[in-house]
Design a protein around this ligand. Structure first.
Ligand SMILES: Cc1cc2nc3c(=O)[nH]c(=O)nc-3n(C[C@H](O)[C@H](O)[C@H](O)COP(=O)(O)OP(=O)(O)OC[C@H]3O[C@@H](n4cnc5c(N)ncnc54)[C@H](O)[C@@H]3O)c2cc1C
Length: 512
């Protein structure tokens, strides 16, 4: 039986991001993907938001997506565009880029990493025991893994086979989405009525038109046809604009559900397998990518024996509330897309409020993902929040924080007195660097916060400990997040590395 440390069922955005994170952490990882290759039929999601760009920037690959997309102030709430150009981030915008392009770029990235991808291969079930999981495939021998992660989309077989509850709300409406050609010109803009939102937009090739139309009744679970699309368009617009030559027709609903647990022993869920919602606000893909970045380093540390299994419990604890909040907001936004006179009145009130500074910042912080705070206890406002991508100075020149996160390793930045820290019992896992930074510390939504003298940064870019002229709590934070201390190193005769910021010394002589 072929063995891998981790098997990921599903090679969509969440599965590929997780595979990259595990491979960067030197975990033997395999992705099992039903499709024959990475090609996604249809454009699907239209891009991602600021925090997702940041996490890709943390791995040094954001430029690949920026080169093929279009930046836009496209973060919306309901129908209100939220200006976030004043947010303190290198990416104060959303990126418009179709999901099939995103997946092409991600597939090329993971092809550069030691990730084994089984294309054209379907997971049909699994059995877990105390030491691992047997993953059954439609064809061929099962795979054996220490952990199985279901990144297999909203209809997740892994979630169902694990018996994980998926509570939430049944659909109240359905939309047809398609890429077709037209014999007539499409109408400009987007139309809202009592059933929902409808629109036709010409795509970059100038020929294909992306159609989204809300159906009068919730459609069946069978695959929609060109005739279904024609009828839905005629009902709304009085014409089907001469649709023909479809390359993709699909249906989505406003069903809103979330897995009650993101983990059942050796089986975990990420992305749409863990949460589904109406695509209002375009947050689905971003949520999945960020699930993967939260889970990847934790799972790697457990597999590598660095951390106890309970570290995996923090994945559900941190990510479940983030998706729960997004689900609530997508339901609110979906309601705002319907238009009768009463809802129109509500839309106007919400739009007026959303343009005011404080509500705008608050909503944009949620949609962009920049305001996420994992509950790591009381303390400095940075604790549990994303580390800003500051322009640092180190001994041999300027360096951005995110450049230091490219290899997905934990990082202790000493912004105070050089040589002030001794983390010898963790130096095999945590990189310590003496840096200086002279600017302000400004966080999205919160504003300026007091400057810390040190920060411990997790591989996902979230701050695990903040130093404020003392080292109080640092050993506990290091042990909580990066495993127990290794036995004390020999005090002398071996280069006496105790008390010396060993990795910092390496860094000063050349970045890694
Ligand atoms: C029609 C439509 C329009 C959307 N529009 C938007 C939008 O505008 N904005 C937005 O943010 N989001 C949108 N979404 C949601 C977005 O596409 C998803 O949130 C995103 O794709 C989730 O990524 P994922 O990796 O979790 O799951 P998926 O992208 O669903 O990937 C799951 C992968 O698992 C594979 N798989 C499934 N079962 C198995 C199995 N048993 N064995 C092996 N492989 C398997 C599938 O082939 C697939 O590649 C839309 C979704 C749909 C369906």
């Amino acid at each position: 039986m072929t063995e891998h440390a981790v098997v990921i069922a599903g090679g969509g955005p969440a599965g590929m991001m997780l595979a990259a994170e595990l491979a960067l952490a030197k975990v033997d990882v395999a992705v099992v993907e039903r499709r024959p290759d990475h090609v996604l039929v249809g454009s699907r999601a239209g891009g991602f938001h600021s925090r997702t760009l940041e996490v890709l920037d943390q791995r040094g690959v954001a430029d690949r997506f920026l080169a093929e997309g279009q930046v836009a102030q496209a973060a919306t709430f309901g129908t209100t565009v939220l200006d976030m150009s004043d947010f303190p981030t290198r990416h104060p915008y959303s990126l418009g880029i179709w999901q099939n392009r995103i997946e092409r770029i991600m597939a090329a990235w993971i092809a550069e990493l030691p990730v084994h991808v089984y294309y054209g291969c379907e997971v049909t079930g699994f059995a877990q025991d105390d030491t691992g999981v047997d993953v059954r495939l439609a064809d061929g021998e099962p795979l054996r893994a220490q952990y199985l992660v279901g990144c297999d989309g909203g209809r997740s077989l892994i979630r169902k086979a694990a018996g994980i509850e998926f509570p939430g709300w049944d659909p109240t409406r359905s939309n047809l989405i398609a890429e077709v050609e037209l014999t007539e010109e499409p109408p400009p803009g987007v139309r809202h009525d009592a059933t929902g939102v409808h629109g036709l937009h010409r795509m970059e090739d100038g020929r294909t038109v992306r159609v989204v139309v809300t159906e009068q009744q919730i459609g069946p679970s069978t695959e929609p046809t060109l005739r279904d699309l024609s009828e839905a368009l005629i009902t709304v617009f009085g014409t089907d604009f001469g649709i023909h030559s479809p390359t993709w027709i699909s249906r989505f609903t406003d069903m809103t559900r979330q897995a009650a647990d993101y983990r059942d022993r050796r089986v975990l869920l990420a992305g749409d397998a863990a949460h589904v919602h109406y695509p209002a606000g375009g947050q689905g893909l971003s949520l999945g990518v960020q699930d993967a970045v939260n889970l990847g380093w934790k799972l790697a540390q457990v597999v590598n024996g660095t951390s106890p299994e309970r570290l995996l419990d923090t994945y559900h604890a941190e990510r479940h509330p983030v998706a729960a909040r997004a689900l609530k907001h997508t339901m609110a936004q979906a309601a705002l897309q319907r238009r009768d006179e009463r809802i129109q009145a509500l839309v106007e009130v919400v739009s007026e409020l959303a343009r005011m500074d404080e509500p705008r910042r608050r909503l944009a912080g949620i949609v962009s993902g920049l305001d996420i705070r994992y509950d790591l206890g009381e303390g400095h406002p940075l604790l549990g929040r994303r580390m800003p991508d500051l322009d640092l100075a180190i001994a041999d020149g300027p360096l951005r924080v995110f450049e230091l996160l490219h290899d997905a390793r934990p990082l202790l930045l000493n912004l105070g007195q050089p040589g002030d820290f001794d983390i010898a019992p963790w130096e095999d896992r945590v990189r310590l660097i003496d840096v200086s930074y002279r600017g302000e510390w400004e966080l999205p939504v919160l504003g300026v916060v007091s400057a810390p003298t040190a920060v411990l940064i997790r591989p996902d870019g979230y701050v695990a400990w903040v130093g404020d002229r003392t080292h109080v709590g640092l050993p506990e934070a290091l042990a909580t997040w990066f495993g127990p201390p290794t036995a004390a190193l020999p005090a002398a005769g071996d280069g006496d590395r105790r008390g010396v910021p060993f990795v910092a010394a390496t860094i000063r002589h050349g970045r890694r």
